[in-house]
Design a protein around this ligand. Structure first.
Ligand code: PGA
Ligand code: ZN
Length: 428
């Protein structure tokens, strides 16, 4: 087995034009693999630390030269000579080297870039596609794509308090068909907005960012688009939401300022979701409450957990510590999986397995700041995650993941499986 010879990291720009890392790992037999690290905007308070230079003279302080120095210096020194057949040992070596519990010293961005590149180079060495090399149980299930077609919150200057309005092609028979349902619905939505003289320019995740009067109007126009595209709302194409409530709430109070709805308490937010679930074909709500509002999540699980999927993102930050608490307190029934929230491939796998063993669903996720790296596509198949969100069917960095999944589906041929994880909830 060849061993690690060299690590090099390049400061590249993400889809928002902010610096991030591209790490290249070279083995002593010359085999190389690269990986690029994404970056969030509505980040959870407990996420692993993304190391930024803080030098106001470069990129407003967002440069990643320090993280690069760590990859090429300390991390390279520690990993040089190691075989890549054991991802866990590589990741644990970096965790120990960092020495903090949130990767604040070396940077989760530095560590994750190396971790992903190591996984890729290992796949090359053993001669398997990444999804097969990462999987301990086959990796044949294609995830249901959740496509973010209307952007609000911290991702766009629209009138929407809620961050993400996603379409979910629950009735599609294959991943490729799911993308067709999604793309055609997205096209119909563009036409409806255009005909109403609303903006069709897009937000950070490729969804439209029109100045709609309120959050309800967003659901209404999506249902219209589903119908206009020739699909049945709820049966063919459903809706998933990520309000990202930490960005407009906390302490059990929520400020729906953009849509002029004012402050709502925890109970009023729950009632609002209840009315929406009755009125629209909603199958999933992520971060409907703020990351400090565990009571809000628990109340929602009790009241709505048998009707919809309740996903924890900022609440859980892909961290086994918070996942364990959520299992115990019955706070959610699904995990959002973001590699850079925890900082290594090994820990992201462990988090996903923990959620799955608790009977939860898992949705693998991009970040709002992305690159064309398609690692999460393979990761979702390897883990049998069942769901992925990678933005709208628009913008190259979003489509890189969906297109990779179409290629995997074709490669798997008859062995591929695909189906709705929401059959229970959908009938409207
Ligand atoms: P972020 O948003 O990548 O900007 O954090 C994504 C999400 O909240 O799911
Ligand atoms: Zn989220």
């Amino acid at each position: 087995m060849p061993t690690i010879a060299d690590l090099c990291a390049l400061e590249i720009l993400d889809s928002r034009g902010h610096p991030t890392l591209q790490v290249t790992l070279r083995l002593d037999d010359g085999t190389c693999a690269s990986a690029s690290v994404p970056s969030g905007a509505s980040t959870g308070a407990n996420e692993a630390v993304e190391l930024r230079d803080g030098d106001p003279a470069r990129y407003g302080g967002l440069g990643v030269r320090k993280a690069i120095t760590h990859v090429e210096g300390e991390i390279a020194t520690a990993l040089r000579g190691m075989a890549v057949d054991d991802q866990e040992t590589i990741d644990q070596t970096m965790i120990d080297l960092d020495g903090t519990d949130n990767k604040a010293r070396l940077g989760a961005n530095a560590i994750l870039g190396v971790s992903m590149a190591a996984a890729r180079v290992r796949a090359k060495i053993i001669g398997l596609p990444l999804y097969a090399s990462l999987s301990d149980r086959g990796g044949r299930q294609l995830p249901m794509p959740c496509m973010n077609v209307l952007n609000g919150g911290k991702h766009a200057d629209s009138g929407l308090d809620f961050q993400e309005f996603m379409i979910v092609p629950v009735g599609a028979p294959s991943f490729a068909e799911a993308m067709r349902y999604g793309s055609q619905t997205y096209g119909a939505l563009r036409k409806i907005l255009h005909d109403r003289k609303l903006a069709t320019s897009v937000g950070d995740e490729g969804g439209f960012a029109p100045a709609l009067p309120d959050n309800e109007a967003a659901c209404e126009v999506i249902v219209e688009a589903i119908t206009a595209a020739g699909f049945r709302p709820g049966e063919d194409v459903a809706i998933a939401l990520d309000p990202a409530a930490s960005s407009f709430g906390g302490d059990g109070s929520y400020n729906l300022e953009r849509s002029g709805k004012g402050h709502l308490g925890r109970a009023a937010m729950l009632a609002l979701y209840g009315r929406w679930i009755d009125a629209y074909p909603i199958v999933s709500i992520e971060d409907g409450f703020a990351e400090d509002d565990w009571q809000g999540f628990q109340n929602q699980m009790t009241a709505q957990g048998d009707r919809i999927q309740i996903v924890g993102d900022d609440l859980l930050v892909t961290n086994p510590r918070f996942i364990a608490r959520a299992i115990e307190q019955r706070a959610v029934n699904a995990l959002l999986v973001k590699l850079n929230q925890i900082g290594t491939v090994t820990e992201a796998i462990a988090a996903t397995r923990m959620a799955q063993q608790a009977g939860w669903a898992a949705m693998v996720s991009h970040r709002s700041g992305e690159t064309t790296d398609d690692f999460i596509a393979d990761f979702a198949v390897a883990l049998g995650a069942g769901q992925i969100k990678s933005g709208a069917p628009c913008r190259g960095e979003r489509l890189a993941k969906y297109n990779r999944l179409m290629a995997i589906e074709r490669e798997l041929g008859n062995a591929a499986s695909f189906g709705s994880p929401f059959s229970r909830q959908v009938a409207q």
